[in-house]
Design a binder for this molecule. Structure first.
Ligand code: TZP
Ligand code: MG
Length: 213
């Protein structure tokens, strides 16, 4: 079952984000040191497909289970169902949530929502949290669009004061306080953790900022 605290340090990655490392090792280090949710986003140049993608998903899922951290699959609804993942994260251009929501009862459904227009065209009632961004410019998604700063979160939070919001896009630990102030429940990151030289220090660094509240 979903709990907004799961959004605090939400790590997203696929093998393409760690070209010189084994993703299993990177994710295990992140799990050990305190990430609160993990999303498998195997996507874009140099990503795996087919059975290779499925096998990687299965090994990451079993790692997450060992640390009791939710394992979310990006976009690939059939893979998420097949391996019994803890949830799915979809974008505005993906399948309609009502078409698969019955398969995710008691699981987690996340949706990317960047602005009020997207919010209004979304099935928010079927969603556990929204991912909002890009906050800053990002190297991890080629078509991320124009970055909108903390204002993106502020605008959506003013419009809906209940829906859990996780911010995304170029986020580092310095962004935690201003994003929480803007109304976010947490932050999601790829490169801050995937490219970190010291994952323990990075993950703990994110948590340190929440302790100031
Ligand atoms: N969606 C909007 S920005 C982004 C995604 C998946 C990439 C976030 O990666 P990073 O490295 O934390 O900027
Ligand atoms: Mg998508």
């Amino acid at each position: 079952m979903f709990n907004p605290n799961m959004l605090k340090v939400y790590f997203i990655a696929g093998s393409q984000d760690v070209p010189n490392h084994d993703l299993n090792e990177v994710v295990e280090e992140a799990l050990k040191t305190g990430i609160t949710m993990f999303q498998f986003r195997e996507k874009g140049p140099n990503s795996k497909t087919g059975i290779e993608k499925e096998n990687l998903a299965k090994s990451l899922l079993s790692l997450c289970r060992r640390y009791d951290i939710p394992f979310i699959v990006n976009d690939d609804v059939s893979l998420a169902i097949k391996i019994n993942a803890d949830g799915i994260h979809v974008g505005q251009d993906d399948r309609k949530i009502s078409s698969f929501k019955d398969d995710f009862q008691n699981k987690i459904i996340g949706l990317s929502v960047a602005n009020i227009e997207e919010y209004n065209q979304s099935e928010i009632e079927n969603v556990d949290y929204i991912g909002t961004g890009p906050i800053h410019s990002t190297i991890s998604k080629q078509d991320a669009g124009v970055h909108g700063g903390y204002k993106l979160v502020e605008t959506l939070r003013q419009y809906d004061n209940v829906i859990p919001i996780v911010a995304i896009g170029g986020i580092t630990e310095q962004d935690v306080m201003p994003l929480i102030d803007a109304g976010a429940n947490g932050v999601s990151v790829i490169s801050a953790i995937a490219q970190s030289e010291n994952i323990e220090q990075t993950v703990k660094g994110f948590h340190k900022h929440y302790k100031k509240f």
